[in-house]
Structure formats: structure tokens, C-alpha cells
Design a protein around this ligand. Structure first.
Ligand SMILES: Cc1cc2nc3c(=O)[nH]c(=O)nc-3n(C[C@H](O)[C@H](O)[C@H](O)COP(=O)(O)O)c2cc1C
Length: 179
């Protein structure tokens, strides 16, 4: 059985939910997924102990979580040696207009350039707005971002934009490369 590390950063939980879905798909394909939140990685986490690695991170104020960048930098050699994939979660990826989604792709490419990582597959995927879970400042910031990206500014409810078919296709494609 192939062991796959699904390591992620998540500030409000949507990337964690996506990582769980990726894990479920890998499991249904006969692999053994191991999910790790990189904010609290287990001691001695070693990518060499796995047959493949998928990393996920979300974008806040134009950057992915710093602790994910750090993880990729520290494990660069191992990541570039084995099957690996990266998915980036953002609100920019929720734009209906492909041209408006481009900055999400640019941030993903910038992350890879900055770290030197060359994953086999990448995905930019739309996240969520969880107004009900934000404090006052975050709600204000998010409402401004949402006005531009999705137009969903009713702070009395939450919104999920993630395209689960896209997530499933990404996980299945990676799974097929592990055989
Ligand atoms: C304070 C804040 C800042 C954000 N900044 C950006 C941003 O600069 N660009 C973007 O595309 N999305 C931005 N987002 C949207 C998040 O990427 C989106 O909500 C995502 O689902 C968060 O994933 P997480 O729940 O795993 O942290 C921001 C969200 C918050 C709450």
C-alpha cells in the first residue's frame, strides 16, 4: 500500500476540508493517506517516509501560510525527488472570469519559484467565506475582498465556492501516478 502525506496550511478551515476530501479519494483508490496540519507538524516529520506528497495552502493578503513555505523549503530535496503535488486555495480562484482568476495562478507560480519546488501537478482552487467565524476586522477585510471577487457580501451567512469535481479530478490524477 502506498502512503501519501497530505500536508496543509489552513487559517479558517477550508483547506483542511479540501485536504480531507483529497485524503478520502486517495483512500478509496487503495492508498494510505496521512493528513498533517503544518501549523502543528508531528516531531520528525520526514517526507522520505512517504511514497508521495500533496501540499495545500491558502492565500491571505496575497501570500500562502509562511509555515507551509518553510516546510517546502526544509523538505525541498525530498519533494523534488518523489511524486508531489500542490494546491492553492483562494477567493481569487472563485472569479467567474478566467482573466480575473489569473492572479491566483501567478501566486501559485510565485510560491514555486520562491521555494524551488517542482511538483508534478498543481491546482488553484476556490475556497470559502466564513463570515460567521470571523472577528470584526477579518469580516471587514473579507467583505472588501469579496466585493471584488464574488460579490457575496451578505455577512449574515457563509459561502463555499470550492469545485469538488475539480478537487476529485486532481486527487485521482495524482493517485494514478502512484501506481
Ligand atoms: C483576512 C483574509 C484575507 C484574505 N486574503 C485573500 C487574498 O489576498 N487573496 C485571495 O484570493 N483570497 C484571500 N482570502 C480568501 C481565502 O483565501 C479563502 O477564504 C480561503 O478559503 C481560506 O482558506 P482556509 O480556510 O484554509 O484558510 C482572504 C481571507 C481572509 C479571511
Amino acid at each position: 500500500m502506498t502512503r501519501v502525506l497530505v500536508a496543509f496550511g489552513s487559517s479558517e478551515g477550508q483547506t483542511a476540508t479540501i485536504a480531507e476530501r483529497v485524503g478520502d479519494i486517495l483512500e478509496s483508490e487503495g492508498h494510505e493517506p496521512v493528513l498533517v496540519h503544518l501549523k502543528h507538524p508531528p516531531e520528525g516529520l520526514d517526507v522520505a517516509a512517504y511514497d508521495g506528497v500533496i501540499v495545500g495552502a491558502s492565500i491571505h493578503a496575497g501570500s500562502h501560510q509562511g509555515y507551509v513555505t518553510e516546510f517546502v523549503r526544509e523538505n525541498l530535496e525530498g519533494l523534488n525527488r518523489q511524486p508531489s503535488a500542490f494546491f492553492s486555495v483562494s477567493l481569487t480562484a472563485a472569479h467567474a472570469d478566467p482573466a480575473e482568476r489569473e492572479p491566483a495562478r501567478e501566486l501559485l507560480e510565485g510560491f514555486l519559484e520562491e521555494t524551488g519546488w517542482e511538483p508534478d501537478a498543481t491546482l488553484t482552487v476556490a475556497g470559502a467565506i466564513k463570515y460567521s467565524e470571523y472577528g470584526l476586522v477579518k469580516r471587514f477585510v473579507m467583505r472588501r475582498i469579496a466585493r471584488k471577487a464574488s460579490g457575496d457580501t451578505d455577512t449574515s451567512r457563509d459561502y463555499e465556492y470550492t469545485d469538488w469535481d475539480e478537487v476529485e479530478a486532481f486527487a485521482l490524477e495524482f493517485s494514478s501516478q502512484l501506481r
